[in-house]
Ligand binder design. Structure first.
Ligand SMILES: [Mg+2]
Length: 253
């Protein structure tokens, strides 16, 4: 069960977009940034990532240890991310096209919702950043005054080794009597559980060559379309929405 609420389903939508945040809409993982620069540093963080990849620890437990190593007050951490994290510049026009055409865009993330809104405000404006639907983890302020001098992550699915099981955001759409065409955009391990449930899966082509989701899809035979920026994804999404190509045709190219 989820300890955090879900937004209501868009039951009448013909198309729904769900997108990962870190490494997909952002060009750099914001939690890695916090850990590497303010917490215990990159070497230990990398070692803990590998433990998760090798099945020696859960994502949930190691992710919490990484964030616990960051001593910075929450508001300050939000400001540092907002100043330093770069976003895919194509996301703005992608989001605006979807909005103008009644296509819900939902961010599905293992990060913390307030940090996502703080960073997003710079790209799409504060008002839109407060309105956009985000299904993510939360944060709890642990200092007495509740000001966020100290804080910890609140996992959406504390019983899951992922902390947030993203399939629970996408499956209710697939189970509707008239399911919408589901687009999912992602890049990494946190997207594995949701990836196979999308009608059209977009996998971000990372310039550093590290692409865990692409490797997984190839291994598992999951059809997907690579994209470098949201501008590319918008071309494909538009062609499906406007009936110029089918999902199968986009996946075949
Ligand atoms: Mg990611």
């Amino acid at each position: 069960m989820s300890v955090l609420p879900y937004p209501p389903l868009h039951k009448a939508a013909k198309f729904v977009v769900l997108s990962d945040w870190d490494g997909t809409i952002t060009n750099m993982d914001s939690n890695d940034y916090l850990t590497d620069n303010l917490g215990f540093g990159k070497d230990k963080r990398r070692q803990m990532n590998l433990e998760v990849l090798h099945g020696e620890a859960t994502f949930r437990d190691n992710f919490k240890l990484m964030l616990d190593s960051v001593p910075t007050p929450f508001a300050e951490a939000a400001q540092i991310l907002s100043d330093n994290i770069k976003l895919d510049p194509g996301f703005k026009s992608f989001y605006e096209y979807c909005k103008a055409n009644g296509i819900p865009v939902i961010i599905v993330s293992s990060g913390m919702e307030p940090l996502i809104r703080a960073v997003l405000g710079r790209l799409i404006g504060e008002e839109e950043a407060q309105k956009i639907e985000i299904i993510a983890n939360g944060v709890k302020f642990t200092d007495e005054a509740q000001k966020g001098e100290t804080w910890e992550i609140v996992f959406r699915h504390p019983e899951s080794g992922f902390g947030h099981d993203k399939s629970k955001a996408i499956l209710p759409y697939a189970d509707l009597p008239n399911p919408p065409t589901l687009f999912f955009l992602g890049d990494g391990v946190s997207d594995l559980s949701a990836a196979k449930h999308a009608d059209l899966l977009f996998v971000k082509d990372k310039l550093d060559g590290e692409n865990d989701l692409a490797d997984y899809c190839i291994k598992e035979g999951i059809k997907h379309k690579m994209f470098v920026s949201f501008d590319d994804a918008l071309v494909d999404l538009k062609s499906v929405v406007e009936g110029k190509r089918t999902v199968a045709e986009v996946l075949a190219q």
